[in-house]
Design a protein around this ligand. Structure first.
Ligand code: 8X3
Length: 257
């Protein structure tokens, strides 16, 4: 097993959900955290909490992954001691709507494509060159079961997560000679702000997604990410698909009502 103590872990979308849970578990294990999100106050509070609880060192900054220039500038402007990123967790992602494609809100498509695909690409493009130069690093992409199966009403969301799956596979080939590992962690139902965002703030509708079942938590996924990050150097977890015990796939769940 490899330890993450004192390693620099760069997490996008660290303000909530899986990103926040990753920050917590890596802090608990002694990593140094480079945390970004659009909602900077949330990340600042998290960093303060992790400092107090685990003595974790963090570098916190506001970054919008959908803004190509912002990503480039923020990553270029990392302080010298935060530049040598060991682990990149490409977590920032979102869903918008669950409507029939031909009736869907096109603005939501733009947001999903910009965040889940282009955002992940911008961050990766700016961080992996340093890893390649140092011949060391690990990219862990948070995908989704939606990257493995397409479901009704999820056309664009599923397309973006299929794209993440393809990017993960290609990147793994591109960095094969550079000592860089690339992993995908693909969750099913995780109760985070995901459904609230998907349904544009409709809490009632968001809650109903998890009716009658116990969904995964952000921590369940963060534990999987930590597992990927702590394999010995010669071993890579290519992919992990994780679902609640009562979810068989993207289509079938067992609910006790
Ligand atoms: C989110 C999980 O099942 O809503 O990535 O697509 S699902």
């Amino acid at each position: 097993m490899e330890y993450v103590k004192d390693k620099i872990v760069f997490i996008t979308g660290a303000s909530a959900g899986i990103g926040k849970a990753c920050a917590e578990i890596f802090a608990e294990n002694g990593a140094k955290l480079s945390l970004s999100a659009r909602r900077i106050e949330k990340v600042e509070n998290l960093a303060a909490e992790l400092k107090e609880k685990f003595g974790a060192e963090s570098y916190v900054f506001k970054m919008d992954v959908t803004d190509r220039n912002d990503v480039e500038e923020k990553i270029n402007a990392l302080p010298e001691e935060w530049k040598a990123i060991d682990i990149l967790i490409n977590n920032a992602g979102m869903g918008r709507g669950l409507n029939k494609l031909y009736e869907d809100n096109v603005d939501g498509w733009e947001e999903m494509i910009d965040t889940n695909v282009k955002g992940l690409l911008y961050v990766t493009r700016n961080i992996v060159p340093g890893m390649a130069e140092r011949e060391s690093g690990h990219v862990i992409n948070i995908g989704s079961i939606a990257g493995r199966e397409a479901y009704a009403g999820g056309g664009v969301y599923c397309a973006t997560k299929h794209a993440v799956n393809a990017i993960t596979k290609s990147l793994r080939m591109d960095v094969l000679d550079k000592g860089i590992r690339v992993s995908a962690v693909d969750p099913g139902m995780v109760e985070t702000e995901f459904s609230v965002v998907r349904f544009y703030g409709d809490e009632e509708k968001a809650k109903s997604v998890y009716n009658g079942l116990t969904p995964l938590t952000g921590t369940d996924i963060a534990e999987a990410v930590l597992f990927c990050a702590t394999r010995p150097k010669h071993a890579n977890i290519n992919e992990m698909i994780i679902m609640p015990s009562v979810q068989a796939n993207a289509f079938m769940t067992y609910r006790k009502t």
